[in-house]
Design a protein around this ligand. Structure first.
Ligand code: NDP
Length: 399
């Protein structure tokens, strides 16, 4: 039985809080803290459990974080605020000797560049303090790393080609909205694409490479090659991988709208003067777009995210596809969330469970694929994320 502090009361924070509440044997006391106290209170009231305490915290402020952690004294901090806060929250965990978990890697605010190097640099400090930082424990990154570790453990001697495929075939009825934090989402998809091949990164123009890929239960969808953070840790932790790519689907109207916003400068992160003050166009755009936590009601359709792998087992070629499909409507009925928040919040809770139950044990900074995937995989269907696998069939990404 452990106390846990969740930071960030957005779409993902709502799901993690609900899932922790549903698991009282592990999470005895829960505090949800965020920049806007009312958002924490709304979630806590909606859940209606007296086990959720709330607090206001600015996670960019180390002093405020340390004060809150000292006062509540959790065993683990679950960071589901924004990637900009990762390092400050890790610092606060170090100072208070508290375990740490997040779902997105650190990104400096003034440069759209996400890399693990800043967080991996904390390994020795966490090790010496006797605490664990578990990085990237949402769905992608997160479950995709666990899926890859599971494939490696049970199905391959060597994995050579990895394709992560992420499809959202849902319709929220809005003209333009992003399924997770708009600022982070738009920064991610408007930067150059990148994939790993034969020991080096190959860079592409944004959305330059695309093709239709077949998704189970959905059909063919145009899928775009993007750079995604788990590629960096997976090729490091499975050095036998010769090529690793990440594909994501986008609808035509979404891309047209994004293109217009980009062309007129609304996605820029460089300050511009507006009525005598400096504003960042992308921050302004975020403030007028729908919040990811409000998209759930009436959202139809489903997501499908998985890993398609080609490699060798017992001297023979082997293909393997493992995936989860998640319906937006089911996610809403379960947790008042759309499927993207749901598929992120559930693994964040399961990762926390792994740490607090001692099933994932380590001192230092780790990515999910470095731990035994089996206990994590066992929990996924229990909390609403069933998975399916196909062995030695043609891979949809290669068709
Ligand atoms: P939201 O924008 O819905 O929520 C973010 C929350 O963080 C908001 O409540 C916001 O507060 C809070 N916050 C922002 N800055 C601070 C701060 N300085 N101090 C305290 N709280 C702060 O985003 P999502 O819930 O969609 O995403 C949360 C995280 O999950 C992001 O890092 C995102 O990249 C990651 N993610 C990971 C995925 C994966 O599969 N691995 C998939 C989807 C998301 P306020 O309301 O006041 O702005």
């Amino acid at each position: 039985m452990s106390k846990v502090l969740i930071i960030g009361a957005g779409g993902v924070g709502n799901v993690v809080t609900r899932k922790c509440v549903s698991n009282p044997e592990i999470f005895s006391e829960i505090m949800l803290a965020s920049r806007t106290l009312e958002k924490c209170e709304k979630i806590a009231t909606d859940i209606g459990s007296n086990r959720v305490k709330t607090a206001k915290v600015d996670a960019d402020n180390l002093g405020e974080l340390v004060f809150l952690i000292d006062k509540f004294n959790p065993k683990l901090v679950i960071n589901v605020a924004l990637p900009y806060q990762d390092l400050t929250i890790m610092e606060a965990c170090l100072k208070t000797k508290t375990h740490y978990l997040d779902t997105a890697n650190y990104e400096p605010k003034d440069e759209a560049k996400f890399e693990y190097k800043w967080q991996w640099a904390y390994h020795d400090k966490f090790k010496n303090a006797g605490i664990l930082a578990l990085l990237g424990c949402g769905f992608d990154p997160g479950v995709t790393g666990v899926f890859t570790a599971y494939a490696s453990k049970h199905y391959f001697d060597k994995m050579h080609y990895l394709d992560i495929v992420d499809c959202n075939a849902g319709d929220h009825g809005k003209f333009f909205a992003t399924n997770f934090n708009p600022e982070i989402n738009i920064r991610e998809i408007t930067q150059n694409g990148r994939y790993w091949e034969n020991g080096k990164w190959i860079e592409t123009k944004p959305m330059e490479i695309h093709k239709p890929i077949e998704y189970p239960g959905i059909g063919k969808k145009e899928s775009y090659l993007l750079y995604h953070e788990e590629l960096e840790s997976l090729v490091k932790n499975f050095p036998e991988i010769r090529r690793a790519r990440f594909w994501m689907t986008f609808g035509e109207s979404y891309l047209t709208a994004l293109n217009v916003l980009q062309e007129v400068g609304m996605t820029s992160i460089k300050p511009v003067k507006f009525k005598g003050i400096d504003i960042i166009p992308l921050e302004f755009l975020k403030s007028i777009l729908p919040e990811p936590s409000n998209l759930g009601e009436g959202y139809k359709g489903q997501t499908s995210i998985g890993c398609q792998i080609r490699g060798i087992k017992d001297g023979k070629e082997r293909t393997y596809y493992i995936w989860n499909n998640c319906e937006h409507e089911k996610a809403y009925n379960d947790s008042k969330a759309q499927a993207v928040s749901f598929t992120t919040g559930v693994p964040a809770m399961i990762g926390s469970m792994m740490i607090l139950s001692g099933k994932w044990n380590g001192k230092g900074v780790y990515n999910v694929e470095q731990f035994d995937p089996d206990p994590f995989m066992k929990e996924l269907p229990k909390y609403g994320l069933p998975w399916h696998e196909q062995i030695d069939q043609p891979l949809p990404v290669e068709k």
